[in-house]
Design a protein around this ligand. Sequence first.
Ligand SMILES: *[C@@H]1O[C@H](CO)[C@@H](O)[C@H](O)[C@H]1NC(C)=O
Ligand SMILES: *[C@@H]1O[C@H](CO)[C@@H](O)[C@H](O)[C@H]1NC(C)=O
Ligand SMILES: *[C@@H]1O[C@H](CO)[C@@H](O)[C@H](O)[C@H]1NC(C)=O
Ligand SMILES: *[C@@H]1O[C@H](CO)[C@@H](O)[C@H](O)[C@H]1NC(C)=O
Ligand SMILES: *[C@@H]1O[C@H](CO)[C@@H](O)[C@H](O)[C@H]1NC(C)=O
Ligand SMILES: *[C@@H]1O[C@H](CO)[C@@H](O)[C@H](O)[C@H]1NC(C)=O
Ligand SMILES: *[C@@H]1O[C@H](CO)[C@@H](O)[C@H](O)[C@H]1NC(C)=O
Ligand SMILES: *[C@@H]1O[C@H](CO)[C@@H](O)[C@H](O)[C@H]1NC(C)=O
Ligand SMILES: *[C@@H]1O[C@H](CO)[C@@H](O)[C@H](O)[C@H]1NC(C)=O
Length: 438
Amino acid sequence: MASTAAILALIILLLPPITLAGDLHGFRGTLTRVHDLSPGKFSEAARRDSQRIAFLSRATTNSSSSAVSFQALLANRDGGYNMNLSIGTPPLTFPLLADTGSDLIWTQCAPCTKCFQQPTPPFQPGSSSTFSKLPCTSSFCQSVPSSARACNATVCVYSNYTYGSGYTAGYLATETLRVGDDAASSSFRDVVFGCSTVNGMDNLTSGIAGLGRGNLSLVSQLGVRRFSYCLRSDAEAGESPILFGSLAKLTDGNVQSTPLLKNPAVPLAPFYYVNLTGITVGSTDLPVTSSTFGFEQTGPGGGTIVDSGTTLTLLAKDGYAMVKQAFLSQMANNLTAVNGTRFGYDLCFDTGGSGGDFPVPKLVLRFEGGAEYAVPTYFAAADVDSQGRVTVACLTMLPATDDQPITIIGNVMQMNMHLLYDLDREMFSFAPADCAKV
Ligand SMILES: *[C@@H]1O[C@H](CO)[C@@H](O)[C@H](O)[C@H]1NC(C)=O
Ligand SMILES: *[C@@H]1O[C@H](CO)[C@@H](O)[C@H](O)[C@H]1NC(C)=O
Ligand SMILES: *[C@@H]1O[C@H](CO)[C@@H](O)[C@H](O)[C@H]1NC(C)=O
Ligand SMILES: *[C@@H]1O[C@H](CO)[C@@H](O)[C@H](O)[C@H]1NC(C)=O
Ligand SMILES: *[C@@H]1O[C@H](CO)[C@@H](O)[C@H](O)[C@H]1NC(C)=O
Ligand SMILES: *[C@@H]1O[C@H](CO)[C@@H](O)[C@H](O)[C@H]1NC(C)=O
Ligand SMILES: *[C@@H]1O[C@H](CO)[C@@H](O)[C@H](O)[C@H]1NC(C)=O
Ligand SMILES: *[C@@H]1O[C@H](CO)[C@@H](O)[C@H](O)[C@H]1NC(C)=O
Ligand SMILES: *[C@@H]1O[C@H](CO)[C@@H](O)[C@H](O)[C@H]1NC(C)=O
């Protein structure tokens, strides 16, 4: 007995300090853009977005049961950002897509029945001393959408966790998770995550880290109550900061805030809804009303979400029409408008070989409470000539469809802004920032 105690004591000394979820402290991770944003790349991202959007909207529109499926599309790698997450003891690092539009954290586990190629070998449960399968009696198991939950006698199985372009299947487990490099401040015990063994989807990275509002998300499980990130647009420069807990704060003078909302029709949705009350293009205030981007009166659709996992911005149809008309009328005198469909966009302009240097009207989104979001990035190069000069540039926005009316502020329009999600205050705040210095 004594020797066992001594060994235990030794093990405890060797392990990094473990943080209990809910502690009021801060830690930092890094995000890396999966693909660069060179001309042409956006088309692929947009194609994937359209699948994702179709799925988000479907999930939002179908809320009859209490455990609706709200997962977002995973195959969005061209426009997404990866976050390194270390799993297990000893810890192994996996790049997972950081997604504020979904909840589940998952990676591929060996032995795989059907897994996609990933940058690192799949997680090996048998090689980690802290791995446990999650029994069905756990309340976390109830947070798996009922359509995907397939408990058996020993473990909480998810049989068909669907995304817009595929599905993942496996079982839930608990592990020690670490965000970022500072083991002392960011290791968490018994975090529930998905061990996927069957995947019906393209290679992504190594899985997904859900940062949504639901019980299974990383944010909920770590109990951090607030997080912030600042996405860099320059591909080569690499790392963008993501901050959790007490480190997540905006210090810049020009901080704007608006309430985070929940859609009453879909209270379990992972989404961070905000109230988009107006848009200004150049000097024109568009005639936006509370129904343009608001929740549907007679259904679970509509509303506006901030989503790190979607690339382009989707605007509810009527709102998009106003924005498009405003850009057309203010730019068409100077540049020729071209149909952007073949580039994966809608509204594009022939820049006449002027390179990236062409005048565009300012774009400001207005939110409840008067917060003004002067969008830093809303045009992208879609085509270049043989000298690498931009010949076609496009608005990074697309219309939502009638049956999928949700408005999504995608990650291009989030770039070069420091965004704070504060769950205690139920506020979404932002400030223009040089993300390299956050
Ligand atoms: C993520 O982890 C990998 C493997 O440990 C490492 O090579 C890479 O630099 C890390 N990336 C970031 C952004 O920390
Ligand atoms: C919602 O789901 C139910 C059952 O899963 C299905 O019968 C119904 O057609 C769906 N509704 C919509 C609008 O997709
Ligand atoms: C998946 O990864 C493998 C190996 O890296 C690669 O050969 C294949 O083309 C990739 N598939 C897709 C759809 O990207
Ligand atoms: C989420 O967790 C809370 C607190 O643990 C619990 O009351 C609630 O029922 C859970 N929600 C779901 C959908 O499982
Ligand atoms: C339950 O599911 C897990 C994971 O798929 C599997 O390994 C295990 O054998 C199953 N147990 C029973 C009793 O069916
Ligand atoms: C998984 O669910 C989706 C949508 O709910 C369905 O279309 C698909 O057939 C299911 N796949 C399997 C293997 O059950
Ligand atoms: C753009 O082109 C696509 C495909 O050629 C076509 O379906 C669409 O109607 C065009 N859009 C406009 C506004 O002309
Ligand atoms: C477009 O050109 C007109 C004059 O031709 C000019 O007054 C206007 O400022 C230009 N628009 C932009 C956005 O530069
Ligand atoms: C959004 O803000 C507008 C203007 O303040 C208000 O009329 C509307 O009720 C708000 N919508 C929601 C869903 O809170």
